[in-house]
Design a protein around this ligand. Structure first.
Ligand code: PMP
Length: 451
């Protein structure tokens, strides 16, 4: 495949941008392939600088649930643009969007619009700390919540971390050994150790580990933060009862439950994972789809907590471009289409066909593949075993995934350039798209087996 223009564009970009990109995964470092540079996208397809067309399962990492360049969304953005692009003053569209979100997500009574998922989660954590007067945060290994300092803390091996955490003693007096000295913990350079220590990492799908930390650090944990369907280590659904138990533990310990629904919001159901599983969070973060493909995200929740924000309360939070008129227009146009009931049935059916076809193609090629799927979010892990947490994800065959990625790309199918990311199915994916994807997968799986 001739990629001359993408290669040249990448070389040029590397002169000015660290690694040639503005977000690391775009450099394709996880798949040992040079990145393709994008000229445009429409519907289910994305086009590169060398004239190749790909069926796109990345969807800008989640937002493009309607497909690219949806006419209604583009029209709404064009119309808004005619009135000016930013005012730094309130507009009725912000209220109109907020009303839709409050109507959609069962636990959100009030919300604040921000510009990125990172900001939304950062705000939720500040609110949780203010509301509880505590500093500790529990997060799950393999979940991603943006790049704020408190959340670039990662742990590896299951039970060991929980035990480490439980053995760590009170947060305030603990020396930075327990979690951070464990060889399986990697925190990002530049993140102050003192801050990282306040984030305790336990395995996903292990409510017992959460309970152990809450018991040990009673009165010190402000929030349990979780992706209700983990989708940043590939897709890992919550096991039955997991979210319900987190809710109960939080209530027992006076801790806030924060659902990071930046991916799952408006994706797994109109009301997100909370609607799907019937569990309510105290605070919810939305982004991606909630911004209709423009930079917009949401921190929302119970009114009593949200009213702690300035100007009503003393918890400071602000943003020059928050509630931007182009972003609110794109968001409203997107949500209005999603509010039509048929949408999620169609997504379910396309994604189910894709998952079934991938499973069959892998089996025929003798490839062991575990597919996890929740609605239009899915992942194929190169393993014969179930995948229920980050340790399981890390034991999958990443070299096999890399070969699969390269073969699929060569055949015009763009899946996420990382073994740890989801596939996103959109409303624009047709039966022909899925069929083409499956025949590419058949050929690719066969080659994966013969490196
Ligand atoms: N939370 C989750 C669950 C995410 O998937 C992401 C981004 N992939 C974020 C937060 C951060 O969002 P952003 O990239 O908009 O800062």
């Amino acid at each position: 495949m001739e990629n001359r223009n993408s290669f040249a564009a990448f070389a040029e970009a590397c002169r000015y941008l660290p690694g040639g990109v503005n977000s690391p995964v775009r450099a394709f470092g996880g798949v040992d392939v040079q990145p393709v540079f994008i000229a445009g996208a429409r519907g289910s397809k994305i086009f590169d600088l060398d004239g190749h067309e790909y069926i796109d399962y990345v969807g800008s990492w989640g937002p493009m649930i309607l497909g690219h360049a949806h006419p209604a969304v583009l029209a709404a953005i064009h119309k808004a643009t005619d009135q000016g692009t930013s005012f730094g003053a309130p507009t009725p569209a912000e209220t109109a969007l907020a009303a839709r979100i409050v109507g959609a997500v069962p636990s959100i009574e009030k919300l604040r619009l921000v510009c990125s998922g990172t900001e939304a989660v950062m705000t939720a954590i500040r609110l949780a700390r203010a509301a509880t007067g505590r500093d500790g945060i529990i997060k799950m290994a393999g979940c991603y919540h943006g790049h704020s300092d408190s959340l670039l803390v990662q742990a590896g091996s299951g039970v060991a971390e929980a035990e480490d955490a439980a053995a760590a003693g009170p947060i305030s007096t603990r020396v930075p050994t327990a979690l951070t000295a464990s060889p399986s913990v990697a925190s990002c350079p530049g993140v102050p150790e003192a801050l990282a220590r306040l984030t305790l990492v336990v395995p996903y799908n292990d409510a017992g580990a959460v309970q152990a930390v809450l018991d040990k650090h009673a009165g010190q944990i402000a929030a349990v933060l979780v992706e209700p369907v983990a989708a940043n280590m590939g897709v890992v659904p919550p096991e039955p009862g997991y979210l319900e138990t987190l809710r109960r533990l939080c209530d027992q310990h006076g801790v806030l439950l924060i659902f990071d629904e930046v991916i799952t919001g408006f994706r797994v159901a109109y009301g997100g994972a909370q609607e799907l599983y019937g569990v309510r969070a105290d605070l919810t973060c939305l982004g991606k789809i909630a911004g209709g493909g423009l930079p917009l995200a949401v921190c929302g929740g119970r009114a009593a907590i949200m009213d702690l924000l300035a100007p009503l309360g003393r918890v400071y939070q602000a943003g020059t471009l928050s509630g931007n008129p182009l972003a609110t227009a794109a968001a409203i146009a997107t949500l209005d289409i999603l509010a039509e009931g048929r949408v999620y049935r169609e997504l379910e059916s396309s994604a189910a066909n894709l998952a079934a076809g991938l499973a069959e193609a892998a089996a025929d090629a003798g490839v062991r593949l575990t597919i996890n799927r929740v609605g239009s979010l899915l992942s194929g892990f190169f393993t014969g075993r179930p995948v229920r947490n980050f340790d399981d994800v890390r034991s999958t065959d990443v070299p096999a995934f890399k070969r699969f990625f390269a073969e699929m790309l060569r055949r015009g199918i763009y899946v996420a350039p990382s073994a740890y990311e989801a596939m996103f199915v959109s409303l624009a994916h047709t039966k022909q798209d899925i069929d083409r994807t499956l025949s590419a997968a058949r050929a690719s799986f066969r080659l994966v087996m013969t490196p």
